[in-house]
Design a protein around this ligand. Structure first.
Ligand code: ADP
Ligand code: ADP
Length: 238
């Protein structure tokens, strides 16, 4: 269970809270879409869960561990339960699909040459399995700069799967993709979510896509939680 209690985030030198006393509890198996206009606080919310952003006040608790006051060393272990996929993919363009999959987004950036030599055969096998899971088995040795946007996001997802996550976080993962590709990425995420019994929390600005895939929707406006409920209860103008 992931519990968020009275969470406040305020950026330095600003007058308003980017998140203002937010209370939410999420359970394994929920596929949560986070809605809200630009500036509502969606990105801050996702980034505060895995502590890319520090909370100003309040608590985030994951399976009984309070993350807000955890040391960096202990947080590293917790963070491996959580993975993040990004709007702009955060891949290394000149590296291949396989190399990017092996290189975690928060890991070291080894020299391009011989990077595969840094990983055991077993690790490479796991990466190839993840790439198969996202449908990229035919592209493993292509540089990611040669891929389409949807394929790039699939690499981001394969890289996330290698961590064997329990929580999948998405910060607008389809905002750079066309509608057809966006739907395909959501279909993939939902399938992975169900097969691996994850908790998924994904920011999205497309209300229709959220309603189609989410099991629960939350929405922010000006840092305040303004909705928490079922997809069929959502007002289209949220
Ligand atoms: P989005 O709506 O997709 O979150 P933004 O343009 O709001 O995109 O933000 C892009 C980046 O700029 C983010 O990393 C965000 O943290 C940062 N950012 C947004 N607003 C501010 C601000 N007022 N001051 C400094 N950085 C900001
Ligand atoms: P969203 O993801 O919904 O677009 P954000 O979480 O990016 O919203 O932003 C929430 C609020 O915090 C906005 O008012 C934004 O300008 C502000 N903000 C975001 N990042 C920063 C930052 N690094 N510094 C200052 N203000 C920021």
């Amino acid at each position: 269970m992931l519990s968020i209690a009275d969470l406040v985030v305020r950026y330095p030198k600003t007058d308003e809270n980017a998140l203002d006393h937010v209370n939410l509890t999420f359970k394994k198996g929920e596929f949560v879409c986070v809605l809200g206009k630009s500036g509502a606080g969606k990105s801050t919310f996702i980034r505060t869960i895995n502590r890319l952003q520090l909370a100003t006040a309040g608590q985030i608790t994951w399976e009984g561990t309070n993350l807000t006051n955890l040391s960096e060393a202990k947080m590293r272990r917790v963070r491996s339960d959580m993975v993040m996929i990004f709007q702009h993919f955060n891949l290394i363009p000149r590296m291949t699909v396989l190399q990017n999959t092996l290189t975690g987004s928060f890991g070291k950036r080894p020299p391009y040459k011989n990077i595969l030599g840094l990983f055991s055969e077993q690790e490479q096998k796991r990466a190839l399995d993840a790439l198969k899971e996202v449908g990229l088995e035919k592209h493993v040795h292509k540089r990611v700069e040669a891929l389409s946007g949807g394929q790039k996001q699939r690499v981001g997802i394969a890289r996330a799967l290698l961590q064997d996550p329990k929580i999948l976080l998405g910060d607008e993962p389809v905002a750079s993709l066309d509608p057809t590709t966006s739907r395909k990425i959501f279909e993939l995420l939902k399938r992975i979510h169900e097969e691996r019994e994850l908790l998924s929390i994904i920011n999205i600005h497309d209300v229709n896509l959220a309603k189609e895939f989410a099991t629960r929707i939350v929405a922010f406006r000006d840092g305040q939680l303004i909705f928490d409920g079922m997809p069929n209860e959502v007002d289209d103008h949220i």
